[in-house]
Design a protein around this ligand. Structure first.
Ligand code: PLP
Length: 467
């Protein structure tokens, strides 16, 4: 690593590019109206900077594409499967690996095989599909985030942790016998992309061992969590990210992983297991619903890209550069007068829309309003994480229980955007912050019951939108 300039460039250069569209303000207004004011309904070619998700949206490397050309598409026992399996075994230490096409397929298979109706699954925070798949297995998802997570502004290093006291209270209390699984999400996507410390994982392991409850990781961002552990947990400051990740996997009984994030690919996932009997049940379930156990819904070329991506993602130079890039964008946004959840994580930053738009009540969805304004003003797409997504609604779609915070998530695709793109994002936000009162509230027109935010349609509260 060269020394000298404080700000090092990313450890790669760009080889293949794709144009991004620039629509006029009127075209954006029409596009959002047709989308029912839900950014999930926009066409991707109507979006200038797409910060909706970091899932499957990263750029692959030349080495990954070269490996993909060697993909073995044999139905069973493909060479690509063994390359993938050996890479994952080496990283995680789990003897049993099952490939799946994406994280939620793994969740469905794991929870369907492990959880019994009436049981409780405890997490630091369930991701939305994880929550839905626990319910579909007939069990109850219960979130026990650490109390530090409630202060969005504090610099506590591990606000992604599970609340150990609360976990112990449930395990030793009258409901203890109902706990079927403890699932810790690293990093905590539902709560500000905050990391989980190794000390927290060790304590969870000990509690689960004592109470004979399986402990699993939802490890979609295992490498980014490892980097933040290295940066923030002194005992690990001279470990490599790969060593830290391996140690985290070792602490748990198994994992479910969406590889669309830290696999550095567009598609993929896995289940890692120690238990032979659980493996046999999951494998049967996988073969019936995803594909044979040596491909699990993935093509040979996907498995090749993944095996290579799993090596690249733990490169300290890559992780350092990605973390620094998110931190710089956060700083630019904070300097523009918009508060974000602190301290910055890596895969996303979370705007405090409730604070920026105090003229909008929770039932007018300030987070959603800010997200829409970012699209109207700059063609920027992002996702609300506030009362529209998390609030309790009655049958007429009226907000009954507001979410604790009104946030907007700007997710950062891996290896895709440069600092210049981020300067643009910050400048659009800066303009909104100069006159926030012009941002209108919204009301729901129609909404599905499950996973509301994907398909909800809305309209602005006042006629027309001031763009
Ligand atoms: C923490 C977490 N778990 C699970 C998933 C589901 O993964 P997938 O989108 O691959 O189904 C996601 C997706 O964003 C996630 O962030």
């Amino acid at each position: 690593m060269p020394t000298g300039p404080a700000k090092l460039p990313p450890p790669y250069r760009i080889k293949v590019v794709e144009p991004i569209p620039f629509l006029s303000a009127e075209e954006r207004r029409l596009a959002l109206t047709e989308a029912g004011y839900n950014p999930f309904n926009l066409r991707a070619d109507q979006v200038t900077i797409d910060l909706l998700s970091d899932s499957g949206t990263g750029a692959t490397s030349a080495a990954q594409e070269a490996a993909a050309a060697l993909g073995d598409e044999s139905y069973a026992g493909a060479r690509s499967w063994f390359r993938f399996r050996d890479e994952v075994r080496d990283l995680t230490g789990y003897p049993h690996i099952l490939p799946v096409h994406q994280g939620r397929a793994g969740e469905r298979i794991l929870f369907g095989s492990l959880l019994k109706p009436g049981q409780i699954c405890i997490s630091n925070t369930h991701f939305d599909t994880t929550h839905a798949n626990v319910e579909l297995a007939g069990a109850e998802p219960r979130d026990l985030p650490c109390p530090e997570a409630a202060d969005l502004d504090s610099d506590e290093p591990f606000k992604g942790n599970i609340d150990l006291d609360a976990l112990e209270r449930v395990l030793t209390g009258p409901e203890g016998h109902r706990v079927g699984l403890v699932l810790v999400t690293i990093t905590n996507n539902g709560l500000g992309a905050q990391p989980v410390s190794m000390a927290n994982l060790e304590a969870v392991r000990e509690l689960c061992r004592r109470h004979a409850v399986p402990f699993f990781l939802d490890a979609a961002r295992f490498a980014e969590n490892a980097w933040l552990v290295r940066e923030r947990e002194p005992a690990y400051s001279d470990w490599t990210p790969r060593q830290i990740a391996t140690r985290a996997f070792q602490l748990a009984d198994g994992c479910v992983v969406s590889l669309k994030k830290d696999g550095l690919t567009a598609i993929g996932g896995l289940i890692g297991l120690r238990d032979d009997d659980l493996y046999a049940v999951c494998e049967a379930n996988l073969i019936a619903t995803e594909g044979f156990s040596t491909y699990g819904g993935l093509a040979g070329h996907d498995l090749e890209r993944l095996a290579q991506g799993l090596q690249e993602v733990v490169d300290p130079a890559y992780l350092r550069s990605r973390a620094a890039s998110t931190a710089r964008l956060t700083q630019m946004i904070n300097d523009a007068g918009v508060d974000t959840v602190q301290p910055p994580g890596i895969h996303a930053l979370y705007l405090n829309a409730g604070r920026l738009l105090p003229h909008l009540a929770p039932h007018e969805f300030p987070g959603h309003s800010l997200g829409c304004q970012l699209y109207l003003d700059g063609g920027i797409r992002c996702a609300e994480l506030g009362s529209l997504y998390l609030g309790g609604m009655d049958d007429e779609h009226q907000l009954v229980t507001p979410a604790p915070f009104e946030l907007v998530r700007l997710a950062i695709p891996r290896r895709v955007y440069t600092d210049t793109h981020f300067e643009y994002v910050a400048s659009v936000l800066a303009d909104i912050a100069k006159a926030p009162e012009r941002v209108r509230g919204y009301r729901i027109v129609s909404s599905p019951r499950l996973l509301r935010h994907f398909k909800v349609r809305l309209e602005p509260l006042a006629p027309g939108v001031v763009a």
